[in-house]
Design a protein around this ligand. Sequence first.
Ligand code: VL7
Length: 135
Amino acid sequence: MPVSLCGTWDMVSNVNFDGLMITLGIGVYTRKIALKLKHRKVIEKVGDVYVIKTLSTFRNYTVSFRVDEEFEEFTKGLDDRHCKSLVTWQGNKLVCAQEGEKKNRGWTHWVEDDKLHLEVYCEDQVCKQVFKRVA
Ligand code: VL7
């Protein structure tokens, strides 16, 4: 039985977030602000619906979905694009494929050594984030 992703998690590292933002077409001023942020992930499961909130002092983003069920996603306040998204379990990893204007876009979450790991990818860029559980 895999470790649950649910809970509140605070960012401890964020590698190549700028590369990801550049690929997504985010302007230089927004990137400068965004690079300084420590994200908080709040992951909840309500029935069979996952809710993932990414919180920061600058912007917040919430997505909710059922695993194995395609949904329309609008990345409001991020790059403001529409995607057809699908989240599946691949072993212990929760994997989201975001089909749309940007190729090879998505993210992968897993728990390892009591940390929440996240890879966010788009085109040839991968951003790697690690979070620790909030006590
Ligand atoms: C979301 C990636 C960056 C624009 C503002 C930065 C505000 C705080 O994909 C993500 O989360 C998934 C998996 O947990 C669930 O949605 C990561 C981080 C933003 C795109 C674009 C920067 C502008 C960051 C919301």
